[in-house]
Design a protein around this ligand. Sequence first.
Ligand SMILES: NC(=O)c1ccc[n+]([C@@H]2O[C@H](COP(=O)([O-])OP(=O)(O)OC[C@H]3O[C@@H](n4cnc5c(N)ncnc54)[C@H](OP(=O)(O)O)[C@@H]3O)[C@@H](O)[C@H]2O)c1
Length: 411
Amino acid sequence: MLQGYKLFTVTHRTTDINQIADFFIDAPDDQVLERKLKKIKDYFGIEELMYLITCNRILFFMYKPEAIDINAFFFAVNEKLRHMTGSLNQSIEYYEDELAIHHLYEVASSVDSLVVGEREILRQLREAYNKCKTKFEITGDKLRIAMQMTVKSAKMVHGNTRIGEKPVSIVSLAVKKLLQSTPKHDSRVIIIGAGQTNVLMSNFLKKYEFIKNVSVFNRTLDNAQELANRLNGRAYTLEDLNTYGEGFDIMIICTSSTEKFINPEIYSQLLQSDSDQKIIVDLSVPSNIDKKVLANNDINYIEIESLKKLAADNLAFRKNEIAKVKEILAERVTEFKEVYRQRELVREISHVPKEIKAVKEKAINIVFKKQLEKVDAPTRELIEEMMTYMEKKCIALPIKKAKETNLGSVI
Ligand SMILES: NC(=O)c1ccc[n+]([C@@H]2O[C@H](COP(=O)([O-])OP(=O)(O)OC[C@H]3O[C@@H](n4cnc5c(N)ncnc54)[C@H](OP(=O)(O)O)[C@@H]3O)[C@@H](O)[C@H]2O)c1
């Protein structure tokens, strides 16, 4: 019934988080991303496509009735993957038809998340879809219905279970880990990146009162300034990292850049010859910190992979709810099949209104033309009104019936 839907994904369940970035499309900006996605779509003859990356998953959701060679698909995503065919198959999960919809529902409801119950994933999924739909124009009706039903299901899950109770997120777990090392409230905090994740992080910094000495660095200065204003901090561009001389105790870094721009030279500049242990909260995927920096300095390094243990504790708290969520999702997939069938039927009879209108026009202008010329104006008007009424009814009835029953028994 739901043939043609396909979902390819690599997640924290199969792959080390630091390696998930190997499966990303390498694109410094949306223009390049759009071009690469369209190239993949055309090359594999995919009718509709969407692409999501988060800190713990990459996901391609698509519509294409024929099979796709998955390895070839990922080689097109990233040429480098050709060299790791063995582990490639272990990393990639593949779902099709009903199972693809089911998996998308699980993702949106956060039962597949590293931090089960987090709400961030639904926002990320909607944003990814909207970008692919509106900006890249690579989606269509099939993905539209699937996304509509997915969002509805996720809301139903959150409304009817305790899966999202006592909300947690990657950010809140990172903060929990940060607090375990009891940093001082007057710590010098540098924040690198001013996106959604660091905005969430800033709420915690405020809550736990780490805003005495904050500097924000970002590609776009205005965004750095906006975040700095929330924290009574100072704003800088990323280039300013080369000359910053105030030192730091805590670095919070999270950008969408794929560059390891915190290299030994910049780190040394930031240290200002200080030899105390530093705390780095690094939530970027892939990390923006050069491995040599981590290897050669005294750092309490908090990154997503290291949050898995805390995430597992969180899972234990929510375990009972997962069974309930799965029950709801199974029902919702059944509902999706019905909605999809109706949509297909409506599509199949979409030519009917045009044909009925043509019959009416022909009756008035050709078949009964002479007879109509003989009747007076009010009678002609009445006849045309009746025919328009019939036309509307003839159009509405099969569509209504198609929604209620199987089209085969209607037309
Ligand atoms: N959302 C979450 O829950 C979550 C949790 C953990 C980790 N993450 C990871 O965090 C990263 C960012 O996510 P986000 O939700 O915060 O994204 P976002 O809201 O889109 O913000 C992206 C940030 O990265 C900067 N940036 C983008 N491209 C850049 C480039 N080429 N060079 C330098 N800076 C660049 C942006 O700067 P401008 O202001 O100049 O655009 C902005 O500060 C991603 O790797 C994501 O996987 C997200």
